[in-house]
Design a protein around this ligand. Structure first.
Ligand code: EPU
Length: 430
């Protein structure tokens, strides 16, 4: 298992380019199952979750090819036929987003067999709403041997209300509804930019979707969808992570190729604690823009509650916590999306942070100097928070289990090295 070795204490300086959004690319790839024509996706991040999903598509019998472009990968997917409608346990347990094949498979082929994902480091994360929605669209759902069997002889449009807002739940049902007969209305839908990007892609494929990005999405089913070429939106969480990395090291960074409109809550919360973020220039030809971040001389304590978009993202909570260890005073962080997403607090404490966790609330008392230590990554965003802490710490930090970070950050150690960090990967073979 690879490790990161970090020597902290250097302010980050320079320019870093943001990759395509993992959480937009994953549903976009499964949307390709909805048509027998070629779907081309550009600006795909080079991260492990994308390779895992590609393996799953291959298992299903779907052809794909990847080429390396100047910015991200380009994938061509052609789902002419389905050999085997199964998402096996081995892949689903590695990546819960595998469940995104469920809606498209049932809608187009009338059958899917998908392993139940099981537990996860950050919470229970059930998929009951994906299943309830599919059943409402007319699918028959059975469980056997840890698998969900979903069958349908044509889906029918329906009204569905999400008891809890779910990102992949909204995406799964939106994809399924594109090929259902009649109109589907999804209420209390997720408003994340990744949901909007998927709706844009589906509409370009011939779907009829209105309201994505609001809590009510209306989908008028069509008989078939066609091929398309689409570019994935920038990764707002990677951008937020680099903004926070600059802040925690007292540096000044240009975070390029991002979409500031998707970062409003993160930028506002950074501003409240004394980190200035401003737009640099106008949008580029591809619609992306650069943000400049500059840490103030002193960070102040802050208060954050994670919320669904457009609120402060749960995927930035761990990184914010690392930053607050360097702020003066008592910061309060409330996690409302996942019930067990504070595992990084224990590792940060091993580096000298003063954090008290009580249920869904964490209080960080700062400022405490951090000192390098041997620590362990527990999930993707927790790993990012530990990298940030390592960059701010005095001495050497060794982070174990960095495969978690490889799931969703493209070459993070290379990008950080380019802006002045001392971080290297120690591979098993070294
Ligand atoms: N929930 C249910 N029932 C469901 C679905 C969700 O109770 O059927 C609950 C969950 O347990 C959770 C809440 O609803 O408490 C929100 O979960 P959601 O379904 O929105 O999460 P997700 O779709 O599984 C996506 C991202 C996550 C991100 C969350 C929240 C992808 C592939 N994953 O997960 O990203 O944290 O939305 O924004 O889009 C990450 O990238 O590190 C990551 C974990």
């Amino acid at each position: 298992m690879d490790k990161f070795r970090i020597f902290g204490g250097r302010p980050l300086e320079g320019r870093v380019a943001i990759s395509g959004a993992k959480n937009a690319a994953l549903p976009a790839m499964t949307a390709a199952l909805l048509t027998d024509q070629r779907v081309i996706l550009n600006n795909l991040p080079r991260v492990r979750d994308i390779s895992t999903l590609r393996s799953l598509l291959e298992d299903l019998g779907v052809d794909s090819s990847v080429t390396h472009e100047a910015h991200g990968n380009r994938i061509e997917i052609e789902a002419r036929q389905l050999l085997n409608p199964v998402a096996p346990y081995e892949l689903v347990k590695q990546m819960r987003a595998s469940v995104l094949v469920l809606g498209p498979l049932v809608a187009r082929f009338g059958h899917a067999r998908v392993s139940l994902p099981g537990g996860c480091a950050i919470g229970v994360r059930p998929i009951n709403l994906h299943l309830k929605g599919l059943a409402k669209l007319g699918a028959t759902i059975n469980f056997e041997h840890g698998y969900i069997n979903a069958r349908a002889n044509g889906l029918r449009g329906t009204d569905f209300y999400f008891d809890t807002i779910s990102v992949t739940g909204t995406e799964n049902l939106m994809m399924a509804a594109t090929l259902a007969e009649g109109v589907t209305v999804l209420e209390n839908a997720a408003r994340e930019p990744e949901v909007q990007d998927l709706a844009n892609l589906l509409n370009k494929m011939g779907a009829d979707i209105e309201g994505a990005g609001t809590e009510k999405i209306r989908i008028r089913g069509v008989r078939r969808l066609h091929g398309v070429e689409h570019s994935i939106i920038p990764d707002r969480i990677e951008a937020g992570t680099f903004l926070t990395a600059a802040a925690i090291t007292g540096g000044e960074l240009v975070v390029d190729r991002c979409d500031p409109a998707h970062l409003t809550a993160v930028v506002a919360k950074l501003g409240e604690v004394g980190v200035q973020v401003r737009r640099e220039g106008g949008p580029g030809s591809n619609g992306t823009q650069a943000l400049t971040v500059k840490a103030g001389s002193k960070l102040q304590a802050g208060e954050v509650t994670t919320q669904e978009y457009p609120g402060f993202p749960t995927d930035m909570q761990a990184q914010y916590m690392a930053l607050m260890t360097q702020a003066e005073g008592s910061s309060v962080i409330t996690e409302t999306i996942f019930e067990n997403r504070f595992l990084h607090a224990l590792e940060l404490a091993r580096m000298g942070a003063d954090i008290t966790v009580n249920g869904r609330r964490a209080v960080v008392l700062g400022r405490t100097p951090l000192s390098g230590a041997k620590i362990q990554a527990s999930d993707l965003r927790a790993s990012a928070s530990l990298v940030l802490a390592g960059l701010a710490a005095e001495g050497e930090t060794l982070i174990d289990r960095v495969y978690h970070i490889d799931r969703g950050y493209e070459r993070i150690e290379e990008k950080l090295t380019q802006v002045g960090a001392r971080i290297s990967r120690i591979s098993e073979s070294d």
